[in-house]
Design a protein around this ligand. Structure first.
Ligand SMILES: Cc1cc2nc3c(=O)[nH]c(=O)nc-3n(C[C@H](O)[C@H](O)[C@H](O)COP(=O)(O)OP(=O)(O)OC[C@H]3O[C@@H](n4cnc5c(N)ncnc54)[C@H](O)[C@@H]3O)c2cc1C
Length: 459
C-alpha cells in the first residue's frame, strides 16, 4: 500500500452498529484529515432498519416495512460508502487481513469492523428436514421476517391460534401483535415470563396478558411440534400440548461470530466479542452491537444485552475512534422498556440497574421494596396505577436498581433512576433530586421518589 492510499475499512453488517460506525468514521475522517475507503458487506437485503419496530408493523400500527428503514442502500452509497448486499462472510484471516465470502472471494482490509449482530436462536423442533422452519413457524428478527409474518397473519383465518414460545420483551410484543388481529394466543415460556423483572412485577405482566385474553403457560419446555404436510398444527411440551396454526419462536439471539472461530480472539461462552469503549478488540479488529457483550457500570461486569440503543452508540464511538477521534461508549446501566396494550389493558414495563440476583452475585447487601401509587395526581383523569420496585445497597446507600410496571407515563420514569445509576448516586439522590411536577404528570411527592425514600428509610 502506498503512503497516500486510503485506509481500507471493511465493515461486516449494515444495520445499527455497522452503519453508525461507517458514517461516523467518514464524518470524523473529514475532520481529522484521514483518508478512508469504507466498504460494508451484509448478507441480507436491507440496511439501517428498526427491528424494534417489527412487532408494531406486525400489529398494524406501522403501515409498511419501508417505514422502518432509516437509510436505504442507495442513501448509504450516495454518502460515500461502498455497500454490497447479499454478501456473506464465512471466514476471516486476521494475520493476512482478509475475509472470505460464501462465494469464495477474498476481501482485503486494513481495519476490520465486526457488526454482524445476533440472529434469532431456532431450536431443532422448529426445523424440517431441509433445515428451514416448518411452514407456519418463524422468528421475528429481520425485515424479511416481518414481511413473512404480515403475510402469515393476512392468510390466517378467523379463529386462528398463535403460539408464542418465549416471554421476553419480543414475545410479549408479538403476542400483542397477534391478539390485535383477533387471533387466539398462547404464550409458553421455560421459566417465568419477563425474566428481566423481579417476580412481583413479572406477575403483573402475566396477569395483563391473561386479562387481555391470552393463555400464559409458565415453566414449560417445548419438546416438539405436530406437523401435517409440512405445516405446523400443534406444539407439545412435557405434560401438555396446544393446537397451533402459527408458532412464533422468540427465545433469544446468539452472536454471529462463527466466522472468527479459531482466530484466537477472546470471546464470551456464547461467542460474544468484548470490545473496549472505543470498539477495539485487537490490532486492526473492531466490533460493536449485538455481536458483543457490553460493560455494566454498576457492578463492572460484562453482560450480553443485544439492544439497538447500545449498538448505535457503540458503533458511533467505534467509527469516531477508528478515524482518529476520542468518542467512547462507557458502558450501560441495564435499562430497557416495553409495553403491552390491548383494548382496555395497557401496561408499560421498564427496568434499569441490577436485579436482586445480580446484586447478590456482586457481593452487595441489597434492600428492596415495592411501592404502589399513581402516575398523576389522584384527582386527575390521567392518574393510572403504577408499581415501582427500588433496590439500594445497605452500607453504601448506592442505588442499585429500579423496575416499573404501570399505566401511561410509568415506563420512562426509569430514566431518572438510570441517570442516578449512571452517576453512581445513592437512593437518597433519587429520593430528593429535583424532578418536574404538575398534577397531570405526577403526584406532589413523585411516586418514584416516594419509592426511593421508603427504601432509604429502611437502610
Ligand atoms: C423484534 C425486535 C424488537 C426489538 N426491540 C428493541 C427495542 O425496543 N429497543 C432496543 O434497544 N433494541 C431492540 N431490539 C434489538 C435491536 O434491534 C438490535 O439490538 C439491533 O438491531 C442490533 O444492531 P446490530 O447492527 O448490532 O445487529 P443487526 O441489526 O442484527 O445487524 C447485523 C447485520 O449483520 C449482517 N450479518 C450477519 N452475519 C453476517 C456475515 N457473516 N456476513 C455478512 N453480513 C452478516 C446481518 O445480515 C445484519 O444485517 C429489538 C430486536 C428485535 C428483533
Amino acid at each position: 500500500m502506498s503512503a497516500s492510499a486510503p485506509t481500507r475499512v471493511l465493515v461486516l453488517g449494515a444495520d445499527a452498529a455497522g452503519m453508525s460506525a461507517a458514517h461516523q468514521a467518514l464524518r470524523t475522517a473529514r475532520r481529522t484529515g484521514r483518508e478512508l475507503a469504507v466498504t460494508v458487506l451484509d448478507k441480507g437485503t436491507h440496511t439501517s432498519y428498526s427491528a424494534c419496530g417489527i412487532p408494531y408493523w406486525m400489529a398494524g400500527d406501522v403501515g409498511s416495512g419501508d417505514d422502518l428503514v432509516a437509510r436505504t442502500a442507495d442513501e448509504h452509497r450516495e454518502a460515500g460508502i461502498g455497500l454490497r448486499l447479499g454478501v456473506e462472510v464465512v471466514a476471516a484471516d486476521l494475520a493476512a487481513r482478509t475475509v472470505t465470502t460464501a462465494d469464495g472471494e477474498r476481501v482485503a482490509y486494513d481495519e476490520l469492523v465486526v457488526a454482524t449482530g445476533a440472529p434469532a436462536s431456532v431450536p431443532d423442533w422448529a426445523l424440517g428436514p431441509d433445515g428451514a422452519c416448518w411452514d407456519g413457524i418463524g422468528v421475528v428478527k429481520t425485515l424479511d421476517d416481518g414481511a413473512a409474518w404480515r403475510e402469515r397473519f393476512a392468510a390466517a383465518g378467523d379463529g386462528a391460534h398463535v403460539v408464542v414460545v418465549g416471554a421476553g420483551y419480543v414475545g410479549v410484543e408479538v403476542a400483542e401483535a397477534a391478539m390485535r388481529h383477533g387471533f387466539g394466543v398462547t404464550v409458553l415460556t421455560r421459566g417465568r415470563g419477563m425474566s428481566m423483572l423481579e417476580d412481583e412485577l413479572a406477575e403483573r405482566v402475566d396477569l395483563a396478558l391473561c386479562e387481555a385474553g391470552a393463555e400464559v403457560v409458565l415453566g414449560v419446555e417445548v419438546t416438539g411440534v405436530d406437523v401435517v404436510d409440512g405445516r405446523v398444527t400443534g406444539v407439545q411440551w412435557e405434560g401438555g400440548s396446544r393446537e397451533a396454526d402459527l408458532v412464533v419462536v422468540a427465545i433469544g439471539v446468539r452472536p454471529a461470530t462463527g466466522f472468527l472461530a479459531g482466530s484466537g480472539v477472546e470471546m464470551a461462552d456464547n461467542g460474544a466479542l468484548r470490545p473496549d469503549p472505543h470498539g477495539r478488540v485487537a490490532e486492526h479488529l473492531w466490533a460493536a452491537g449485538d455481536c458483543c457483550e457490553v460493560r455494566r457500570r454498576i457492578d463492572d461486569t460484562w453482560v450480553f444485552r443485544p439492544l439497538g440503543t447500545h449498538a448505535a452508540k457503540h458503533g458511533r464511538a467505534l467509527g469516531d475512534s477508528l478515524a482518529g477521534g476520542t468518542l467512547s461508549f462507557d458502558g450501560m446501566v441495564d435499562s430497557s422498556i416495553t409495553r403491552f396494550a390491548l383494548g382496555e389493558v395497557y401496561l408499560e414495563i421498564a427496568r434499569t440497574g441490577l436485579s436482586r440476583r445480580d446484586a447478590e452475585a456482586a457481593g452487595l447487601d441489597p434492600v428492596a421494596l415495592l411501592t404502589e401509587g399513581t402516575t398523576a395526581s389522584g384527582y386527575m383523569p390521567e392518574a393510572e396505577p403504577i408499581a415501582i420496585w427500588v433496590m439500594a445497597d445497605r452500607s453504601s446507600r448506592r442505588l442499585l436498581g429500579v423496575q416499573v410496571v404501570g399505566g401511561h407515563g410509568a415506563g420512562k420514569r426509569v430514566d431518572a433512576a438510570a441517570a442516578v445509576l449512571w452517576a453512581g448516586g445513592t437512593v437518597d439522590d433519587l429520593a430528593w433530586m429535583d424532578l418536574a411536577y404538575a398534577p397531570p404528570f405526577a403526584t406532589a411527592w413523585e411516586v418514584l421518589q416516594i419509592a426511593a425514600r421508603r427504601v432509604a428509610e429502611r437502610l
